[in-house]
Design a protein around this ligand. Structure first.
Ligand SMILES: NC(=O)c1ccc[n+]([C@@H]2O[C@H](COP(=O)([O-])OP(=O)(O)OC[C@H]3O[C@@H](n4cnc5c(N)ncnc54)[C@H](OP(=O)(O)O)[C@@H]3O)[C@@H](O)[C@H]2O)c1
Length: 293
């Protein structure tokens, strides 16, 4: 079992394992199995879910039936778009805790900024209140562009601990990473392997082309590692938090088996050169699904 996952200290003082398991597009039963397997058999200590994934119950069951103590697990969930606004956010958080069957989460994130700056601030006020209560050890955001992050900073309260954004070799997100470095906000990569073909992005669903990208597979061949392992190493060596998703035991193991090799400067720069600003998911300015009525 692998326990070499580095840890990063967030601006809240909370310590997060740099590699975790994502569970988007996994049903409750397969999520329960994947979470338990990841914790008990593969050495993961960090799970990333969201209210919108419909599998918080499965995550909760996987955690409670594993042999790992709750306090040794870093658990993230996210506030869905319908729960923006102060009172709705407080309720949305309570519902997530109930579904997860836990009395706190380690990280609570706003899932999307949506297109309403006043409402973003009211939602953030609610997350600050939740953090003050100790029921979220850290609070942060997803899919925030630098201007959204600046909005929260100018609001004058808590600076988000994390911005979780789409980030992989085709979308290196330099502006957000530079902004994060300047303001103590750690960047976390979603769809770190290039996402799932036939994904939940509806008609905009794009095939995963990174897992078969020749430059990446060639680097993998040099190290005796898969394309997925090369990409996970790239995120880790770039100082990013990475949450690859799989519901298959062998891949869950494979994705954490990345601490016996290192990418060279040349490998890293070959991967950097793949950045074309190409997304597989939605742009934050266009994502307006499921907002409050
Ligand atoms: N905040 C947000 O807005 C947001 C948006 C999207 C995702 N996320 C989070 O980020 C996590 C990861 O992103 P993602 O699920 O979109 O995509 P991803 O982790 O980049 O890719 C997952 C896909 O790759 C496959 N896969 C996993 N490991 C593999 C391996 N070793 N070899 C070959 N294929 C492999 C998975 O299939 P199998 O499962 O069949 O193995 C799945 O189809 C999500 O699960 C979620 O927790 C957050």
């Amino acid at each position: 079992m692998n326990h070499q996952v580095p840890r990063i200290v967030l601006n809240s003082g909370t310590v997060i394992p740099q590699l975790g398991l994502g569970v988007w597009q996994a049903a409750n039963d397969e999520t329960e199995h994947a979470v338990r397997f990841a914790l008990d058999e593969a050495g993961y200590r960090h799970i990333d879910t969201a209210a919108a994934y419909g599998n918080e119950e499965g995550v909760g069951r996987g955690i409670s039936t594993s042999s790992v103590a709750r306090e040794d697990i870093f658990l993230t969930t996210k506030l869905w778009n319908a729960d923006h606004g102060y009172e709705r956010a407080l309720k949305g958080f309570d519902t997530s805790l109930e579904r997860l069957g836990v009395d706190y989460v380690d990280l609570y994130l706003i899932h999307w900024p949506m297109q309403d700056d006043d409402r973003i601030l009211r939602t953030w006020d609610a997350l600050e209140k939740i953090a003050e209560s100790g029921r979220a050890k850290a609070i942060g955001v997803c899919n925030f562009e630098p201007r959204h992050l600046q909005l929260l900073i100018d609001h004058g309260g808590t600076v988000p601990a994390i911005d979780q954004v789409e980030l992989h070799p085709h979308l290196a997100q330099r502006d957000i990473r530079n902004f994060g470095t300047d303001h103590g906000i750690v960047v976390e990569s979603w769809s770190p392997l290039g996402g799932t073909s036939n994904s939940g992005w509806g008609k905009d669903s794009k095939p995963n082309t990174l897992l078969t990208e020749p430059i990446i597979t060639r680097i993998g061949d040099r190290h005796g590692k898969s394309a997925a392992q090369v990409m996970i190493r790239w995120h880790l060596q770039s100082g990013l938090i990475v949450i690859p998703k799989s519901v298959h035991d062998s891949r869950i193991r494979e994705n954490i088996d990345v601490f016996d090799f290192e990418l060279s400067e040349q490998d890293l720069s070959e991967i950097e050169a793949l950045d074309g600003g190409v997304r597989v998911g939605a742009h934050p300015d266009q994502m307006n699904v499921g907002g409050p009525e």
